[in-house]
Design a protein around this ligand. Structure first.
Ligand SMILES: Nc1nc2c(ncn2[C@@H]2O[C@H](COP(=O)(O)OP(=O)(O)OP(=O)(O)O)[C@@H](O)[C@H]2O)c(=O)[nH]1
Ligand SMILES: [Mg+2]
Length: 222
């Protein structure tokens, strides 16, 4: 849930990049870290194995302007995609405000995409989000690795994964394509929800869900 700190005049959101192992979640955060100017982002913290697989999470705090005098801070996390890190994924999801689901376009990962989505839904349920709250949770789909010659058609990925018609983006995260667009949509979605559901916030939300001077939604200065 978004947290408003009136004393510091800040509002905090938590966005979690979810998806199957090796799908490109960490790559998204690395690219964002490299693109954002230092005054808009903190250090990228990665808890990873020797082989660069996420062990617990990656964390990147970013700041994208202000809404009604409150500085908007987004805390970006990734989960470890490998199947056996279930409990870590659930821990990272605690208090989530929005999900970016990074799907792998490789045909051999079709089943892994589906299983990861089912795993996400189970965790959200076990964290106490009923069906209505899960539907209301902002979600963005990113179909990554579009550079692969055998990449699954977008229509097929979308039909299987994006049943609610959430915003969706193609990406080649390794080259930085689609990464900023995905983040922008995620920030916009969590800000819109705050405006639509004032009861979800611990104190009255800002009147307008547009960061000052940031164009449509929270545009990272990338
Ligand atoms: N071909 C291709 N490879 C990519 C793309 N994005 C990321 N990769 C590669 O995929 C591999 C896994 O990327 P990560 O970002 O570590 O994947 P992850 O989802 O964080 O994996 P886990 O931490 O195990 O859950 C790396 O070798 C990346 O360079 C892409 O768009 N195309
Ligand atoms: Mg990772």
């Amino acid at each position: 849930m978004a947290l408003i700190n009136h004393r510091a005049r800040e509002i905090h959101f938590k966005i979690v990049y979810y998806g199957p192992g090796l799908g490109g979640k960490t790559t998204n955060l690395r690219i964002l870290h490299d693109r954002l100017p230092p005054e808009r982002r903190g250090r990228l913290l990665s808890v990873a194995t020797d082989h660069e697989r996420t062990l617990f999470f990656d964390f990147l705090p970013i700041e994208l302007g202000s809404v009604n005098g409150l500085v908007t801070r987004f805390h970006l996390y990734t989960v470890p995609g490998q199947v056996y890190y279930r409990l870590s994924r659930r821990a990272v999801l605690q208090g989530v405000d929005g999900i970016v689901f990074v799907a792998d376009s490789h045909p051999a990962r079709e089943q892994a995409n589906r299983e990861s989505l089912a795993d996400l839904e189970q965790h959200l349920t076990s964290l106490g989000l009923d069906e209505r709250r899960q539907r209301a949770l902002p979600r963005i789909f990113q179909y990554n690795k579009r550079d692969l010659p055998l990449a699954l058609p977008i229509s097929r990925l979308s039909a299987v994964l994006n049943l609610s018609g959430a915003p969706e983006f193609e990406a080649v995260a390794r080259e930085g394509r689609g990464v900023t667009e995905t983040l922008r949509a995620a920030c916009k979605a969590v800000l819109s929800r705050l405006a639509a559901e004032p009861a979800a916030a611990p104190s009255p939300p800002p009147r307008a869900a547009q960061p000052a001077g940031a164009g449509p939604g929270a545009t990272p200065h990338a």
